[in-house]
Design a binder for this molecule. Structure first.
Ligand code: PLP
Length: 394
């Protein structure tokens, strides 16, 4: 009944776990949800007020398909202020979240016969964005002990005459890894040599804990084939507002606008006005949220590493930790063998009501993702429950 296109994509594993957690909570269970991919803070009041003003002022109609000019200008000012990048409004498109932006870009640039490099572990949606176009996702290994920077031998060996693009995500979901300048420069050199499109997904750009974030585009003068994706979602606790944007080559931006115009018409009008305030208004709340995340990061990393046989790298960004739990694979619980990290993740949910996302979904069968976009209390309860559960495994 359905098109082949649909067979090429998987349901989002992270959204599936969020739904499971909601189901349990509705039954009255005290769920410890560490699966969420969004800040647990409210959207700052000044941004909410800007949305109310937009409605009062009648900004409740369709906008231009690629977003309102004032927001594009605000994005340009933001890119200059925070990322030292100089773009003009015709090089910007506003979309319904970073996800929509990345989806559109894949649609306009990739097709059957193309190969696109994705670094593993990867955000669950990257392979699907690529596969749905008919192109083939090609996975490249990374080095866990080095902020999940590329394994460059593997990268070189995976590039073929069909390679068309490369997707970078630093800080990364699910690992929290932040690449060094050296790794970025080397990756850009390789991409340049093979004339690849470079996508830089920077939706966690404001959540870097040791030093300043540097946008990938700031490492090169040759930005013709480099697209930068950012979003209001994680930075301003605006996940439900659905505003993300792309900066890059104006022909690609035009192509994305054409597609967007025929699919969603335009991003939400009210949210676009709110996003102007988010990007242009006071930024102190972004720093405050990042500080709270940093405290939780230390708590969860130390707590996980204090559990015997759990190995957790210290991520330098985002709000995820991605411990290696391979020691527990093939152990048994009540006589049943734990065959995969997915089994372990499900047992944690059923036995301890701890919601995580198994690494399988991210191409990492030895890991489980915990989000620390939740309270210290929940992190502490999770650590106790996890320790108790793991000691029961034989
Ligand atoms: N990119 C990465 C790596 C993400 O983790 C997410 C959300 O989880 C997104 C992009 C998309 O976010 P949004 O569509 O809310 O901007």
């Amino acid at each position: 009944m359905f098109s082949k296109r649909l067979d090429r994509i998987q349901p989002s594993a992270t959204l599936a776990m969020t739904a499971k957690a909601a189901e349990l909570r509705a039954k009255g269970v005290n769920v410890l949800n560490l699966s969420v991919g969004e800040p647990d803070f409210n959207t700052p009041k000044n941004i909410v007020q800007a949305a109310k003003n937009a409605m009062d002022n009648g900004h409740t109609k369709y906008t231009p398909g690629s977003g309102i000019f004032e927001l594009k200008e605000a994005v340009c000012n933001k890119l200059l202020r925070d990322n030292q990048l100089s773009y003009s409004p015709e090089e910007i498109i506003i979309s319904c979240g970073g996800k929509h932006a990345l989806y559109n870009a894949c649609q306009v640039l990739f097709e059957k016969g193309d190969e696109v490099i994705i670094f593993s572990p990867y955000w669950v949606s990257f392979p699907d964005f690529v596969s749905v176009t008919g192109a083939k996702p090609v996975f490249v290994k990374t080095v866990a002990t080095n902020q999940y920077e590329p394994n460059f031998d593997d990268l070189q060996s995976k590039i073929t005459a069909n390679t068309k693009g490369i997707i970078i995500n630093s800080p990364s979901n699910p690992t929290g890894g932040v690449w060094s300048d050296k790794a970025i420069i080397k990756t850009l050199e390789i991409a340049n040599r093979h004339d690849l499109w470079v996508f830089s997904d920077e939706c966690y750009e404001q959540l870097v804990y040791n030093g300043d974030f540097k946008s990938i585009a700031s490492f090169t003068d040759n930005q013709d084939k480099l697209l930068t994706f950012q979003s209001c979602s994680k930075t301003y606790a605006m996940t439900g507002w659905r505003i993300g944007y792309t900066a890059g080559n104006k022909d690609v931006i035009k192509a994305m606008s054409k597609l967007q115009g025929q699919s969603t018409s335009c991003p939400n009008s009210i949210a676009q006005y709110a996003a102007i305030e988010a990007l242009s208004g006071p930024q102190n709340q972004v720093l405050e949220m990042a500080k709270i995340f940093d405290t939780r990061r230390k708590l969860i990393v130390d707590g996980l590493n204090a559990i015997q046989h759990v190995k957790c790298e210290v991520p330098n960004g985002a709000f995820y930790v991605f411990p290696d739990i391979s020691y527990f694979l093939n152990k048994t619980y009540n006589g049943n063998t734990i065959n995969s990290c997915n089994d372990l993740s499900l047992l944690l949910l059923n036995e301890k009501h701890i919601v995580t996302v198994s690494g399988d979904a991210f191409g990492a069968p030895n890991n489980i993702r915990f989000s620390y976009a939740t309270s210290e209390d929940i992190i502490n309860q999770m650590l106790i429950g996890l320790r108790e559960f793991l000691t029961l495994l034989k």
